[in-house]
Design a binder for this molecule. Sequence first.
Ligand SMILES: [Zn+2]
Length: 647
Amino acid sequence: MQKTADEVTVKQVHIKDDFWSEIQNRIINVVIPFQERVLNDEVEGVAKSHAIENFRIAAGIHTGEFYGMVFQDSDVAKWLEGVAYSLTVKPDAALEKRADEIIDIIEKAQQPDGYLNTYFTIKEPEHRWQNLQECHELYCAGHMMEAAVAYYQATGKDKLLHVMERMADHIISRFGEGKERGIPGHQEVEIGLMKLYRVTGKEKYKDMARFFLEERGKNPNYFYEEKQKRGWIHFGQYGMDPLDTKYAQVYKPIYEQDKAVGHAVRATYMYTAMADLAGEDNDEKLYQACKRLWNNIVNQRMYLTGGIGSTTDGEAFSEDYDLPNDMAYAETCASIAMVFFAKRMLNIEPDGIYADIMERELYNGTISGIQLDGKRYFYVNPLEVQPGISGKVFGYRHVLPERPGWYECACCPTNLVRLMTSLSAYAWSEGKDTIYSHLFMGQEADLGKAKIQVESQYPWEGKVVYHIEPKQNEFTVAIHIPGYIKQKEHHLKVTVNGESVCIACALRKGYLYLNQIWKDGDTVEITFDMPVREVFANSKVRDDEGCVALMRGPVVYCFEGVDNDGDVQSLRIPENVVAEAVLCEEGKLAGMMLLNVKGYRIHTSETLYSEERPTKEKETLTAIPYYAWANRGENQMRVWMHGLNEN
Ligand SMILES: [Zn+2]
């Protein structure tokens, strides 16, 4: 196995896309400034952050107490990472100056031995590195490493990079072969170390990432030994259970793992790092483990929206096919992590199965986490909501019918910021002879072999045009064609300079390979129809039995009460549904394609049970993109709709 392609950095690509630029602008103009004010405790009525103040106190600039979660530092790191990417989208000298000032504070908060973590520096300095299972020191370090690399790539400034190299060196001095054992309770440092390795070229960072990954699942159980030795706990009355080896993905060594288990974000960050390492080291055995875990997620444990981690119990993966719609957890961060995982897999092997999932996550399960105006966020992303029960009744309390403004545990909003501002890094990778386009996204890309300008009407219309300005004569442009597009059904047509391309000849594993001697002004045009598609779940998914969901292009649709007389529970979708896409011209959903669906509403007896057969009545139903739900007040929502036999 040989890694096929490398990352393309955010600086090389500028997104100019009706769909994504709008989201990026909202993130940059609304969310980043809002989060900055939250992190500085300037917003009334949201959960207090204190995250930057913690750094000031640890730096000795202010006096005071630590406040917040043990991983509060990571909010600053993720915000900084997002700021770094945003500066490549829209330069902002004032914002950069404020970020520089925060980096100065972070540098001052670093201890003489390289250690950086405000919780332990301020609150429990005697307990450093004793509780890796619960206390997230390595997790926070990983996020700050990612921020440091992003800030360096975006601005050329290396102060934070050096801070995090010193922290990484401190970690290396402590953990590893012949030193202390240790594994992170919440995976993330492995991703940070891999990025640090790539930007510095220093193998020791990759080696440290490999150590942390390979230590998992070894005997004796590290977390058990650690808990025995330290004699103190951080969470709850008894602390986290070190014998819950699935929760922490230590049930087997990583090479033998075959089921995606435990905390979904931790797991998927780990798979991301595994795929990253497999690619860098041409580690076939590790890649095979990644593939097994990938297949288990996407074939047995993923919602149609891309949501993963279906149970609130441990924010975790459940069993195969256990995908309850109204009790879903499906944390926004977990969907974001799937984008990271997918991209690392694509760098190893450009296979449409990875790009399809990346697309599914981007258009559905990630952006459902943010309100359309950018001001409120979901942590949990259900596929069915019933006001009065959701968010209130035991078992459903985690499923909120509306997005809150901020969270005490603010992982998801900051994660969305860094993903949305770095979208361009997911659109491409570049190999020795081939440029890979993974996503249909309007943009200007300055790659090694060519400048490519893409015009796209995706996801609402099936037309994408690539304008190629080569820097060398011959190379291959490989364009991902989403897996749902069937050549005949969707009238898929590809032309190069107006000449039709034989799609069957050029298509391999979801990518269309166009090899030729390119010249300035060459144009590849891809057009296809976008009918509304009915989707059915495997009968093993109990909740979706007898149900149908609707998709158009990459977008999953849902039905909300506000468009359907307040009640979506009584709606029925007939077989071979007739649905028409209509551009929404006004209101909060303006610019989106909504669906008018020829369906039914059933009427039942008023009593709880009755022997009277329900009657049905024809009705035109309205479906909206899933990601846009809960923007118009509290109301019912469903993705999976009951079918109806018209006979
Ligand atoms: Zn989260």
